[in-house]
Ligand binder design. Structure first.
Ligand SMILES: [Zn+2]
Length: 206
């Protein structure tokens, strides 16, 4: 049986012909190349290759900028995405405490500081994500990358909306729109989680 390697994400397919779409990244059959006479990479080795970034299959011969190499080598995107993915759920929990316990209103302020911290991290998250996609994944627009882009747009929009809202109305906790404010936070955490899930799918290939 022949082996085919996805040149976008490194997934190995076994069969007489490449699959219609890569089950990991969604790339079409034109992105598959036959692996001649080599055993398929072990799953652990494949994951290493994916996280190694620019040394991945099919990308070695292409010119890559020094910044793109640095982003891949130091894993700057997975490192930086842990700021929104780690801090935003905390902001939601703090907000819920402030909503549920009247004497804990100060937690709402803490949630706001968390949001500002995430906002400051977003330029690095977005830039490294874009560079990684353009170089490691060849800028291929498939469902998984489209979902990640839409999710990050939702995170940025809801994040900015919450911060501007809070600056305009510091008493949001007692304002009539407080449930919409909370809904924005829920949406943001959901979108960040979705983007993270898709990233995990790409790296671990399952
Ligand atoms: Zn793939």
């Amino acid at each position: 049986m022949k082996k085919w390697e996805c040149t976008v994400c490194g997934y190995i397919h076994e069969g007489d012909s490449p699959p219609d779409t890569c089950p990991v990244c969604g790339a079409g059959p034109e992105y598959f190349k036959e692996v001649a006479g080599q055993p398929a990479a072990e799953p652990a080795a494949a994951a290493d290759t994916a996280s190694a970034g620019m040394t991945g299959p099919g990308t070695t011969a292409e010119p890559v900028s020094a910044i793109a190499r640095l982003v891949a080598k130091l894993h700057l995107h997975p490192i930086s995405v842990h700021t929104p993915n780690g801090v935003l759920p905390l902001a939601l929990v703090l907000l819920l405490i402030a909503y549920l316990i009247e004497s804990a209103a100060v937690f709402e302020q803490a949630a706001f500081f968390n949001l500002v911290f995430v906002l400051l991290s977003m330029p690095v998250v977005l830039a490294t994500g874009y560079i990684q996609w353009k170089n490691r994944y060849k800028g291929v627009m498939t469902k998984i990358f489209g979902t990640k882009i839409v999710a990050s747009v939702i995170v940025c929009t809801t994040l900015l909306a919450m911060i501007v809202w809070r600056l305009v109305d510091p008493q949001v906790l007692t304002s009539p729109g407080r449930w919409i404010y909370l809904l924005l936070c829920l949406t943001m955490v959901g979108a960040a989680g979705l983007a993270g899930h898709m990233g995990g799918k790409l790296v671990f290939k399952d």
